[in-house]
Design a binder for this molecule. Structure first.
Ligand SMILES: [Zn+2]
Length: 452
C-alpha cells in the first residue's frame, strides 16, 4: 500500500520535472513592469514559479487544516489519556483504602483529584483516605464538598454527622441528620440516627414525627413503632407533669398503656399518676394488668402502696393477689417470699424461694434465703452457706440494654451507654446474645421486635 503510494508520488514528481524542463526550454520571453521594477524572464521559468506557488498554497492549506481543522481530535486524545490515568489512580486509591494503607490512599486520591475533574468520583476516595489517615480537616473538607453534588450529598452528610458526634457536638450532628433525613427518609440508618438524637436531646415530639415517618415508610415495623411511641408518651407525660399539667400527663400515660402494657415503665407511669390522683382502685387494676405481661419489683412497690395495707399478714394476701396475675414468674415467687418473710411465715418464704430459685438459685434468691435463716433463728451455718452460695450464684435480672448490653440500676428511656432509645429491658445477663457492632445492632434493634 505504502509502496504503491510512493511509486505514484515518484511518477507524479518525474512528470512534473520533465514538464518543468520542457517548459524552461520553450522560447519566448515575458517582461513585467511594476512601479519602476522591471522583470525579464522566459515563459518556462514563469510557469515553474506558478506551479511552485500553487504547491506552496496547497502545503499551507494542509498545515492550516492540521492545526486548526482538527483540534478536537488532538485535545480529545490528550484528555482521554488523562482520564485513563485518573481512573487508574482512583482504582489504586480505593485498593489502598481497602488495604488500610493511609499514606498510599492519600497519594492516589490527590493524583486522581487532579487528573479527573469529577468530584463525584474522587471526593469519596479523598474523604476515606483522609479518615484512614486520621486527617480530620481534610476529611471534613471532602465531606463538605460532597454537599454540592446531589448524588454525593447524603454520603457527605453521613460523614459530617459521624464527625460531629465524635466531637460531642450534638446540635451540629442533629442539624446534619435533619438534612440527611430530608434527602432520604426511607433509609433505615438515618431514620434511626435522627430518632435517637432527638430522643437524647429530649425532643420527644420531633422524635415522634421521625418515628411516624419511619413506620409509614416501613423502615420501622409497626410493632416496634407502637412500643417506642408508648415510651415517648411516658417521657412526654413526665414533661407535662413537670410543667404542672396533670391532666395532660395522665392522658399521655393512658395512651401509652393502651399501646404497650407489656413495657414496665409504661405500667408504672400510669399507676403512679393514678395513685397521685387518689385513684388507688384504678392504680391496682393497672398494675395487675401490667404484671400479667411483665412483672417487676417496682410495680410490686406501687401495688403495695395502692393497697394501703401496712399489716404484714394482710400484705401477704395483697402479694398473693398480685402474684396470681402471673403465678409461674420468678418475680411473683419473690414478691410472695418477701411478703411471707416480713410476716414471719418462714416455711412459706422458703417454699416460694425454692420455687423462684429452682436448681440454680440466683444471687437475689440466695441472699433472701440467708435472711430467712437469720431471722428465723435457724442454724448460723445455713446462713453462711447461703451467703457463700450468693457469691458464685448466677446473676439476676437487671435493666439491660438490648443494643449494647450495658446494665443500668434504674430504667431510662435512653441507654446511658450507647444512647439508643427504648432499649432497656428487665432481663438476665446474656439474654441478648452477642454484642453486635454499633450500626448493625442499631438497625436490628430498630427493625426487630424485642420487648421489655
Ligand atoms: Zn445501650
Amino acid at each position: 500500500m505504502i509502496a504503491l503510494r510512493t511509486l505514484v508520488w515518484f511518477a507524479i514528481a518525474a512528470v512534473a520535472m520533465l514538464g518543468a524542463v520542457w517548459l524552461a526550454e520553450q522560447p519566448g520571453t515575458v517582461t513585467a513592469e511594476f512601479q519602476g521594477w522591471r522583470l525579464d524572464t522566459s515563459v518556462g521559468v514563469l510557469a515553474i514559479a506558478v506551479i511552485v506557488l500553487m504547491l506552496l498554497g496547497v502545503g499551507g492549506w494542509l498545515i492550516y487544516r492540521w492545526i486548526v481543522g482538527t483540534p478536537g481530535n488532538l485535545l480529545e486524545g490528550w484528555f482521554d489519556s488523562k482520564r485513563r490515568r485518573g481512573y487508574r489512580e482512583l482504582t489504586r486509591g480505593l485498593a489502598a483504602v481497602a488495604a488500610g494503607d493511609a499514606v498510599e490512599a492519600q497519594k492516589h486520591a490527590r493524583k486522581a483529584e487532579r487528573l479527573l475533574a469529577e468530584p463525584s468520583l474522587t471526593l469519596l476516595l479523598s474523604a476515606q483516605a483522609a479518615q484512614l489517615a486520621g486527617d480530620r480537616v481534610a476529611a471534613n473538607r471532602a465531606f463538605t464538598a460532597m454537599l454540592d453534588d446531589q448524588q454525593m450529598a447524603f454520603l457527605g452528610l453521613r460523614g459530617l454527622i459521624a464527625q460531629a458526634l465524635q466531637d460531642g457536638d450534638q446540635a451540629k450532628a442533629l442539624a446534619f441528620a435533619k438534612r440527611a433525613f430530608e434527602l432520604r427518609p426511607q433509609t433505615p440508618w438515618i431514620v434511626h440516627s435522627l430518632f435517637d438524637m432527638q430522643a437524647q436531646l429530649g425532643e420527644w415530639k420531633a422524635a415522634q414525627d421521625t418515628l411516624d415517618s419511619g413506620v409509614r415508610r416501613k423502615v420501622v415495623t409497626s410493632e416496634k413503632g407502637r412500643a417506642l411511641k408508648a415510651l415517648l408518651e411516658v417521657e412526654r407525660s413526665r414533661a407535662a407533669e413537670r410543667d404542672g399539667d396533670k391532666s395532660a400527663a395522665l392522658t399521655l400515660a393512658r395512651n401509652a398503656f393502651g399501646l404497650a402494657p407489656e413495657r414496665i415503665a409504661v405500667t408504672e407511669r400510669l399507676a403512679e399518676l393514678q395513685l397521685k390522683a387518689g385513684d388507688s382502685r384504678r392504680a391496682v387494676k393497672t398494675i395487675e394488668r401490667g404484671w400479667s405481661q411483665a412483672p417487676h419489683p417496682d410495680l410490686a412497690a406501687v401495688y403495695f402502696k395502692a393497697s394501703g395495707e401496712s399489716d404484714p399478714l394482710k400484705r401477704v394476701a395483697v402479694a398473693r393477689r398480685l402474684a396470681a396475675q402471673k403465678p409461674d414468674d420468678v418475680e411473683s415467687h419473690i414478691v410472695l417470699a418477701q411478703a411471707a418473710l416480713e410476716a414471719g411465715l418462714w416455711g412459706e418464704a422458703r417454699r416460694h424461694l425454692e420455687n423462684a430459685g429452682g436448681a440454680h438459685p440466683s444471687v437475689r434468691v440466695c441472699r433472701l434465703m440467708a435472711e430467712v435463716e437469720e431471722r428465723s433463728h435457724g442454724e448460723q451455718a445455713k446462713v453462711h452457706e447461703w451467703l457463700a452460695r450468693a457469691t458464685t450464684a448466677p446473676a439476676d435480672r437487671t435493666w439491660r440494654c438490648s443494643a449494647c448490653s450495658a446494665p443500668h440500676a434504674t430504667w431510662h428511656s435512653v441507654c446511658e451507654s450507647c444512647g439508643a432509645f427504648g432499649t432497656l429491658h428487665w432481663r438476665e445477663p446474656g439474654s441478648f446474645g452477642h454484642v453486635l457492632p454499633p450500626e448493625t445492632r442499631a438497625e436490628l434493634e430498630f427493625a426487630g421486635g424485642t420487648t421489655k
